[in-house]
Write a protein that binds this ligand. Structure first.
Ligand code: ATP
Length: 516
């Protein structure tokens, strides 16, 4: 299936099965804002629990926080967001469409990469077993020519970004002959900086009201509270503070469903360390976070690190964890070594000391910070794209049928168990209800009696329920049920008495946590 088609199907599936809805749909929607439906919210909660427990439960020196969305406006001055939280935007004069200049150039670089990959794949097919990719890449004239163009473009792009040279960014777009995907024209405006923060007014009257911002990241709530937590929790450095909460960005290009939203949720952890040790901790958290992703078993090859070309003004190292989405490798999480920039800056703007007293050395210092920052929604999209599977099944009469199944890790699945009475009579529904009533305290169960068993299986497959149980007449005689496994579709007859433990063992989030 073409990857674009796959993505369209994913979006439709999320709507049809109650995972994600467009916000304000009956009013034609609000761009880049989404609502989570009955299964979406369960999956989202499970993702958050997996993240939270992996940090707060498994690390003695990581604690949680829930800071307010509204904060003193000077915080955003100190953090650099008022002056520097910008994206370079460019408009096409014919289509009137607005783009991020850096994204247009990145897409152009992807095109060179795609050309190179195509040559490599063609040659691989031609030479078969004997194909030496490294040699081919270093000698084939077409690959070399494209690689040279790509490298030159990359160097020019990084320099323009680092110099914040908007004229040069535009010139690159012109020189590369990048056209607007909508109008097809190259009729571009100048590149301008666009601040991504939303603002509103706080206060009763217009005279007394002050401009405040909706936070564009949760991290600042952690920075300004770090001493409160450190002192009240008697934390010793190194220690971390984790937080999950909403963030808001007025994204210029809001595309790709919940990949880039204007209101989204972040899971961030700031880890406070002695100056000079930050790069070691940076490596530590890079590895730890990659392990967290890979434990979901969506295939190690689908993840990679991408080191930043342009470091943010506050960072001395930064790397993204990227996942192979249907639209290519894209960032899911950022790991940043933020130095003492934020705490130092808050110290300067607030006039309050942000220093930590180290009881071992009797010295005061402003700690350095390594952060891990991941979007819940983007992680949600990553999981749904990895889990969505279409399987062609051959029926007994030789005809074929497609089964759509979400192969979610059982610990994250919104519903863990569905219980079906084979028929609506003979006491089977009552027996099924007693099983649900017993198991509902341990995990999310669903009772379903409508339609054929086959159809009920399919509905559960589509929402990723790992186990379905059928109650039939034999159940009334010997207290056994059939359990059907989502991925293999195999069925097994088991005693009702073993259900709780069998399923609990498999769906418990502890299974994931133990791999970390
Ligand atoms: P991008 O380059 O994609 O704009 P970023 O580098 O600005 O992202 P960070 O500021 O590092 O992102 O934010 C950390 C994480 O928050 C990202 O890895 C992503 O998962 C999530 N995130 C950021 N912006 C959005 C958004 N607009 N919608 C959904 N998730 C987002």
């Amino acid at each position: 299936m073409a990857q674009e088609d796959l993505f369209k199907k994913l979006v439709a599936h999320c709507k049809e099965y109650g995972f994600v809805f467009q916000s304000s749909e009956i009013y034609d929607g609000l761009s880049a804002v989404y609502d989570y439906g009955q299964y979406g919210v369960e999956l989202k909660n499970n993702i958050k629990k997996y993240w939270w427990d992996s940090l707060v439960l498994l690390h003695e020196n990581v604690v949680g926080l829930d800071s307010a969305i509204f904060m003193h406006p000077t915080i955003w001055k100190a953090s650099g967001h008022v002056d520097a939280f910008n994206d370079p935007l460019i408009d096409n004069k014919d289509s009137k469409k607005r783009y991020r200049a850096d994204v247009l150039i990145e897409e152009q670089m992807d095109k060179y990469e795609a050309k190179i990959s195509k040559e490599v794949e063609k040659a691989r097919d031609r030479f078969g077993e004997a194909f030496d990719e490294a040699q081919f890449r270093s000698t084939n004239p077409r690959v070399l020519a494209n690689q040279e163009k790509l490298d030159a473009l990359h160097r020019r792009f990084v320099k323009a970004l680092n110099d914040s040279d908007l004229v040069e960014l535009r010139q690159i777009i012109v020189d590369e002959e990048i056209a607007c995907p909508v109008s097809g024209s190259r009729n571009w405006t100048e590149v301008r900086q666009f601040n991504l923060m939303f603002s509103t007014e706080m206060g009763a009257t217009s005279e007394s009201a002050s401009k405040i911002y909706l936070r564009p990241e949760t991290a600042q709530g952690i920075f300004v509270n770090y001493l409160n937590v450190q002192k009240s929790g008697r934390m010793k450095i190194p220690f971390g503070i984790a937080q999950i909460g909403k963030a808001f960005r007025n994204e210029i290009v809001a595309r790709q469903f919940i990949f880039r939203m204007r209101e989204f949720e972040q899971m961030e952890m700031q880890f406070f360390v002695p100056p000079g040790t930050e790069l070691e901790w940076f490596e530590y958290w890079k590895e730890a976070r990659m392990k967290w992703h890979r434990a979901l078993e969506f295939g190690d090859d689908n993840y990679r690190f991408h080191d930043h070309d342009k470091l943010a003004h506050y960072a001395n190292a930064a790397s993204d964890i990227e996942f192979r989405f249907p639209f290519g490798f894209k960032e899911v999480e950022g790991i940043h070594s933020r130095t003492d920039f934020d705490l130092g800056s808050h110290q300067e703007y607030s006039g309050k000391k942000m220093q930590y007293f180290d009881p071992d050395t009797n010295k005061n210092y402003v700690p350095y910070v390594v952060e891990t920052s991941i979007g819940v929604d983007r992680m949600f999209l990553q999981i749904i794209s990895a889990a969505y599977t279409e399987e062609l099944l051959t029926k007994e009469d030789g005809s074929t049928d497609t089964r759509v199944v979400l192969k979610l890790p059982p610990a994250l699945a919104p519903v863990k168990l569905a219980v079906f009475p084979l028929t609506k009579k003979d006491g089977l529904p009552e027996k099924a209800r007693t099983i649900v009533d017993d198991l509902k305290f341990d995990f999310n169960c669903q009772y379903e009696e409508k339609d054929s068993i086959g159809k009920r299986y399919r509905r559960q497959d589509a929402i990723g329920t790992p186990y379905c149980i059928t109650i039939d007449h034999q159940t009334l005689q010997d207290d056994t049920v059939t359990i059907r496994y989502r991925d293999t579709m195999e069925q097994e007859r088991v005693k009702v008495g073993v259900l709780k433990q069998t399923i609990k063992d498999k769906v418990d989030i502890t299974n994931l946590l133990k791999q970390l």
